[in-house]
Design a protein around this ligand. Sequence first.
Ligand code: GLA
Length: 389
Amino acid sequence: MRRNRMRMTFWRACGLVAVGCALALPAAAQDSILAATPPMGWNSWNHFACKVSDAVVRASADAIASNGMKAAGYVYVNIDDCWQGQRDSSGMIHGNAKFPDMKALGDYIHSKGLKFGIYSSPGPKTCAGYEGSYKHEEDDAKQYAAWGVDYLKYDWCSAGRVYKAEDMPAVYKKMHDALASTGRPIVFSLCQYGLRRVWEWGASVGGNLWRTTGDIWDNYDRMYSIAHAQDGIEQHTGPGHWNDPDMLEVGNGKMSRDEYVTHMSMWCMLSAPLLAGNDLAKMSAETLAILTNPEAIAIDQDPKGVQAHWAWQVGPYEIWAKSLADGSTAALLINRGEDTERLTANFRDIGVSGTKNVRDLWAHKDLGQFTDSFSADVRPHGVVMVKLR
Ligand code: GLA
């Protein structure tokens, strides 16, 4: 409760200037910020869509708790669309036939030391046509809190039928306030595809993260274009409030290993939320290794919370750089071409100078000392991700 009071005080104090505000807080208050680092977990949508069920969610929680993902930092188990059933005579929402007991499901997730996430829309219907929260915001916030929900993704969907676009900040704030009044800390994930430059106001309405684009697909070009759409909005991400380039597609089968490593690396460089979107109960060892690479995750979860900037590009070759809390820098060398290419990161382009120790974060190898530049062979549709100290 004390932690939650501190959180609410934080939002009141930061109000409309929430961006960057976290950094001005004393360390004890920073600990109490929800989503102090980008949220990590799993979400049902990318793989299961409306085929999600209580059994799928339990199996995903079992997998996270036992396969090394929890130890790597994945904690949220999030049901996306298609769980909703009917409202009862007092207006309270219940799960549909595939979710017979939401409280028991939440208890099960919590019993594994994990957190429980859910999904709704401010409109009358969700994107898949299920019951939304329109005119039931407080009922739903209360119900979620009673179920032990720790995370809400709130997806615009049909809200455009009942609200004007300029109402969007107030509509999101309404649900934030309803969640806050339950007294339960609930991560608030805004999903409205980046409309009206949400990164400029998402934190001020209580958002902990906000989608910046339309939906990701399990496709290299789509994944890459979404990553690139984050360029220029770096200043809006930071502890407690994150630009969200959408959930991971790693392991869903339509990209190669190098492409999935690129996807994971780009998300980690961006300080993006890491929500696995695959079938955790059936994934390969290769997929698990990509999702749980501790050295990549450390870049994502770096407490400074900086979003990488696009430092250099020639044709299909590019380099991104990210400054880290310990004073070091992460660099990502990206090859979008069709042949292996030797790429050189000039230190001046990535904001470092002199001699640096370079470590390869996918090969898990120290590569030695380099002065003024670092070069590596990068496979087609692959990356080399390094840390320079
Ligand atoms: C929208 C969102 C997706 C997913 C679906 C569910 O498309 O952007 O992430 O939540 O709705 O219907």
